[in-house]
Write a protein that binds this ligand. Structure first.
Ligand SMILES: [Mg+2]
Length: 269
C-alpha cells in the first residue's frame, strides 16, 4: 500500500502513462543493498511490477552508477532502457551495445592507468582491502566489508587526493569513492540525455543516494524549462540513506519495498 500523498503525486502519471517517464535507480532502490555489489539482485515481485510498468509507460529506464549491460542483467526485465555509469553511456531499448559519450570515452585509458597505478602504490592500514571496480571512464574504490572500514576509507581518500593532483575528479557515494574524468556528468545530465526529443510530459525519479539528488535536480530543471509539466522525486529511504536524499525529494518511501509498492500502484490499471 502507498500513502495518500504519494497516490496524489502519481495520479498525473497514471492518467497519461504513454507520455510519462518512470526513471529508477537500481542499487538500494530496486535491489536491496548487499555487501558485495556482485550479489545484488532485484526481487522477483519487483521485476514483475517493473515489467507491468514497462508495458504501460512511454519511457521506463534505469539510471544507475553501474555499467548498462550489468544493470540490465541485474534488473532482468525486457523493454527497459538504461543510462549507466552515471550518464556516461546509454543502452537504448532493444540495442545490443551501449553508446558512450565521445568526450568521456577519450579519458578512459588515462583514468584507468592512474587508478591502477595509485592502488598498486598504496600502502598503510586499510589499503589492502580496497577493491577497484573498472567502470571504464570511472574507476570506483570500494571498502564495504573491509576489515576496518574507517581505515580503508582513509586509504581511499588518500588515493583520491593523489588522483586529484593528476587531474581527476572525485565523487563520493555509499562506501565508494569514484575517480572520474574532469568532464561534467551526473545523473541529472543522464536524465536530460535520455529524455531529449521524447514526447514526455511527466516524469518520476526514484533513488536512494546522493547521486540521485542530481537526477531530482535534472528533472526539475526540465520542468522549469517547460519541457515537463509534472515531476515527482521519490527518496527510497533505508537506515543508511544520506539525509539529503529525503530532504531533496517530494516524497519518501520505505526502501526497496516502498519502491515496489509504488511500481505496483503505477501498474494498476
Ligand atoms: Mg542507489
Amino acid at each position: 500500500m502507498i500513502d495518500e500523498r504519494l497516490g496524489d503525486l502519481l495520479a498525473p502519471l497514471r492518467a497519461a502513462p504513454g507520455r510519462s517517464a518512470v526513471l529508477l535507480d537500481v542499487d538500494g532502490t530496486l535491489a536491496p543493498i548487499t555487501t558485495r555489489a556482485s550479489d545484488t539482485a532485484v526481487p522477483e515481485d519487483t521485476r514483475a511490477a517493473i515489467a507491468q510498468v514497462a508495458a504501460r509507460f512511454g519511457v521506463v529506464a534505469c539510471i544507475t552508477g553501474r555499467r548498462t549491460l550489468e544493470a540490465r542483467s541485474i534488473v532482468g526485465v525486457d523493454g527497459l532502457e538504461y543510462v549507466g555509469n552515471h550518464g556516461t553511456e546509454i543502452l537504448r531499448g532493444g540495442a545490443e551495445h551501449p553508446e558512450v559519450r565521445p568526450e568521456i570515452e577519450e579519458w578512459e585509458p588515462r583514468v584507468r592507468e592512474i587508478a591502477e597505478r595509485l592502488l598498486g602504490d598504496a600502502s598503510g592500514p586499510g589499503a589492502a582491502d580496497l577493491r577497484l571496480e573498472d567502470k571504464g571512464p570511472i574507476q570506483a574504490l570500494h571498502w564495504r566489508g573491509a576489515r576496518d572500514e574507517d581505515d580503508s576509507q582513509a586509504a581511499a581518500e588518500e588515493l583520491g587526493r593523489r588522483a586529484e593532483a593528476e587531474g581527476l575528479v572525485l565523487h563520493r557515494g555509499r562506501m565508494v569513492l569514484e575517480l572520474r574524468p574532469p568532464v561534467p556528468f551526473d545523473k541529472g545530465a543522464a536524465v536530460r540525455w535520455l529524455l531529449e526529443g521524447r514526447d514526455v510530459a511527466a516524469g518520476l525519479y526514484a533513488g536512494d543516494d546522493r547521486t540521485d539528488v542530481d537526477a531530482f535536480d535534472g528533472l526539475r530543471a526540465l520542468r522549469a524549462e517547460g519541457t515537463l509539466e509534472h515531476v515527482v522525486c521519490v527518496a527510497a529511504v533505508d537506515p543508511d540513506s544520506p539525509a539529503v536524499v529525503a530532504e531533496s525529494a517530494d516524497v519518501s518511501v520505505d526502501g526497496t519495498d516502498g519502491v515496489r509498492a509504488l511500481l505496483q500502484e503505477l501498474a494498476r490499471a
